[in-house]
Design a protein around this ligand. Sequence first.
Ligand SMILES: NC(=O)c1ccc[n+]([C@@H]2O[C@H](COP(=O)([O-])OP(=O)(O)OC[C@H]3O[C@@H](n4cnc5c(N)ncnc54)[C@H](O)[C@@H]3O)[C@@H](O)[C@H]2O)c1
Length: 258
Amino acid sequence: MRFEGRVVLVTGAASGIGRAAVLQFTREGATVLAADRSDAVQAVVETAGGKTVGLVGDAADEAFVGLAVDRAVRDFGRLDAVFANAGVSGGMTMLADLQVSEWEAVLRVNLIGVFLAIREAARVMVPVGRGAIVSTASVAGIRSGAGGIPYSASKAGVINLTQTAANQLGGTGVRVNCICPGLTETGMTAPMFEGARARGKEDRLGQLNALRRYASPEEQAAVAVFLASDEASYVNGQAIAVDGGLSSSHPTVPGKFV
Ligand SMILES: NC(=O)c1ccc[n+]([C@@H]2O[C@H](COP(=O)([O-])OP(=O)(O)OC[C@H]3O[C@@H](n4cnc5c(N)ncnc54)[C@H](O)[C@@H]3O)[C@@H](O)[C@H]2O)c1
């Protein structure tokens, strides 16, 4: 019960990693504000039970993020942790055809949304001298090969934002970290999983990492929950790869080189 008596805000809470995090935080005693642009978040609230409330809105909207943070303080008296997890994948448009509008759509949610969550959370956490902010970057933000160009750049931005925010908040008692998931079965990756299964190639999914498998949303959420907890009290400014070892190796030809 690492979150007994604590209040946590999760964005992107209706599906995948965010949904799994809501359920884990709730099981550990937290009162959770579960925010998503989809009203499917209400089903997550019902599954989580008692101390979870749903908020429907846009995680990249300045007013909505500010209100969500204010709601935590107004209704529950505190805000201990934020998991800024909402994200969109964007398309896989090749460089030559990529439009500014595609950049704007992805950066708005994936990077500006995380910035807003950090700024607004810090607004209420700094005065009380404690708090934990976790966001969801990606292995796509570490190097090429795991997403479209705007998506990858947005996630690299989240990793750097984690570092700069943690240091700008130095001495305040507020920690900032992010997770960098590898391939995880969620709403975002459903088309890839469905396509592989339809072609009878499910066994290829996740085969590039040292564990030779993809992740569950629960495995990602568990690391975010750890980073938000007091167990991670000396972890700050870090991007933790949760990728089965993918980012630990240069590409190799299996069996030729170990
Ligand atoms: N699934 C993967 O393999 C993978 C890998 C690396 C990183 N990620 C990241 O994990 C995070 C969670 O994604 P997921 O994989 O669980 O996908 P998902 O699609 O299952 O969940 C994402 C949720 O975010 C919500 N959302 C999107 N834009 C929003 C906005 N503007 N405001 C509020 N809510 C919004 C969606 O409605 C959805 O419920 C994302 O940031 C994603 O980039 C996922």
